[in-house]
Design a protein around this ligand. Structure first.
Ligand SMILES: Cc1cc2nc3c(=O)[nH]c(=O)nc-3n(C[C@H](O)[C@H](O)[C@H](O)COP(=O)(O)O)c2cc1C
Length: 191
């Protein structure tokens, strides 16, 4: 296939694929996860700040992450929302790997929005790499993402941000085709 054809196919097949759609107990090779992060590290970023930071929970770490996010959530939000709490406990164990994504600030070198954009680019590289390997993945910004005190658990400081959690697994249920309103509605083409 020609090179533009490959990238078009990967982008058009990318979907958010959730842990309940992963093959139970199926492990993704750590080498592939490293390649996903290698490609994240190639994302564009202003003034070479490379603000993305990753904490990877794999075979040994998933349970630790599940317990950590469940207890922090209960500590902050109480234990009323049983469905949410069950999800926080179960989802990491349904995935092969969960990657906590942080944003490390670089003082006044660049505005924060530029570092957020750079991490967004890194995340898209992760999505596309996972898709190219035929893996499922999704980004969660729920759970403990915005809870005070969460970011320090991932080596982040007060000025930094916890961006979310990237789940990876082998696909059991193929995702539906992506539905989008036409791009023409979003373009102003001058000339
Ligand atoms: C910044 C961001 C945060 C997201 N957070 C969540 C989330 O917390 N929970 C969730 O179920 N999906 C989350 N998603 C996934 C979106 O819901 C998903 O991308 C959207 O439904 C489009 O589906 P697609 O990715 O398959 O095209 C997030 C996506 C982005 C880009």
């Amino acid at each position: 296939m020609d090179k533009p054809g490959i990238i078009n196919t990967v982008i058009q097949n990318r979907r958010s694929i959730y842990p309940y759609q992963y093959e139970a107990g199926a492990e993704v090779d750590d080498a592939i996860v490293k390649q996903i992060l290698e490609n994240a590290n190639k994302a564009p970023n202003h003034k070479k700040t490379m603000p993305w930071r990753f904490t990877v929970y794999g075979r040994e770490g998933r349970k630790q992450f599940a317990d950590l996010q469940t207890s922090l959530y209960i500590q902050n939000k109480g234990s009323e929302n049983k469905i949410k709490i069950k999800k926080l406990q179960d989802y990491p164990l349904m995935a092969s790997h969960v990657i906590a994504i942080g944003l490390k600030r670089h003082g006044e070198r660049v505005p924060e929005v530029e570092e957020i954009l750079a991490v967004g680019c890194a995340i898209e590289n992760m999505f596309l790499t996972a898709t190219a390997y035929g893996l499922g993945c999704y980004l969660s910004t729920g759970g403990i993402t915005y809870i005070e005190g969460a970011k320090e658990l991932f080596g982040l400081e007060a000025e930094d941000r916890l961006i979310g959690f990237f789940y990876i697994g082998k696909i059991k249920d193929a995702p539906k085709e992506m539905q989008r309103s036409p791009v023409e509605e979003k373009i102003t083409w001058v000339g």
